[in-house]
Design a protein around this ligand. Structure first.
Ligand SMILES: C[S@@+](CC[C@H](N)C(=O)[O-])C[C@H]1O[C@@H](n2cnc3c(N)ncnc32)[C@H](O)[C@@H]1O
Length: 246
């Protein structure tokens, strides 16, 4: 199977406003579709992220592109009591779904949680504010990764860590199956369940346009991060990147 050249795919990516609208449109079934279309593996990927984040013992964490708060809530559940989490997203409907979720949950740890409407490209915080920043399945949607990395470095304390969980390119042998699933099965399944196949066609296109694990690691090093590393899950379809702010 032939894949479109990266530039061609990039040309048809949605600008920020359309991305915000698109997430607003899928919000009602977002969590359910994540679990169904990843065959339940999304929880394992987020577990791995949370484990990696907490291994560096951060006291305050920014979860950028937090969406419905799956990562932020998981962090709060597993972290020591004094850890605080600031969840940021630029899509109000996603944050409303997050707020609705916590209004039904046990309120035990929510005093350590702040939820903020804001753009990850202009983080609403002072320099050197956080011990850790997480981005799960958000970076692919950002208009300028170099700008986000510079912003993350500004917001992180010296010695703080950036953790990125994101879809990635599988090895060559698996790519035809993977892209067939992404481009054919996934949008149709999403169309049936949520009447929103276009958001899932965007998902396939944005994954195809996204750098592979080594390319993304190089971008992080170029941005000045140290100890850049990654691990792969689900035959390389998902990657967990980590890096330290010097
Ligand atoms: C695929 S969802 C991921 C949500 C969540 N992190 C998770 O793991 O389920 C991507 C999220 O990124 C948000 N997003 C995209 N671009 C953003 C930006 N520039 N600033 C803040 N949030 C952004 C979207 O609104 C959406 O909620």
């Amino acid at each position: 199977m032939n894949h479109p050249p990266k530039q061609a795919v990039h040309d048809c990516l949605h600008p920020a406003e359309k991305i915000r609208e698109m997430f607003g449109d899928v919000v009602s079934r977002y969590d359910m579709l994540n679990t169904a279309l990843s065959l339940g593996m999304d929880a394992l990927w987020r577990n791995a992220l949370v484990k990696q984040v907490l291994s560096t013992r951060p006291k305050n964490i920014l979860d950028a592109a937090s969406g419905t708060g799956e990562v932020a809530l998981h962090l709060l559940k597993k972290a020591p009591l004094e850890t605080s989490v600031l969840a940021l997203d630029f899509c109000q409907p996603m944050l409303s779904a997050f707020l609705k979720k916590i209004s039904h949950a046990q309120p035990t740890r929510h005093q350590n949680l702040s939820i903020v409407l804001g753009d990850a490209m202009r983080l609403p915080c002072k320099n050197s504010s956080f011990d850790a920043i997480t981005v799960a399945f958000g970076l692919r949607n950002f208009p300028d990764r170099a700008m986000f990395f510079a912003e993350a470095r500004r917001a992180l304390k010296s010695g703080g860590h950036l953790h990125i969980l994101e879809f990635s390119q599988p090895p060559t042998w698996a790519a035809p199956f993977y892209f067939f699933y992404l481009k054919n099965f996934l949008p149709r399944a999403a169309e049936i369940v949520s009447s929103n196949g276009s958001a899932y066609r965007y998902l396939a296109d944005s994954i195809a346009a996204f750098p592979n694990k080594k390319e993304l690691s190089c971008e992080m090093e170029k941005a000045g991060f140290k100890a850049v590393s990654f691990s792969s899950f689900s035959a390389g379809a998902v990657a967990l990147h980590g890096a330290r702010n010097p």
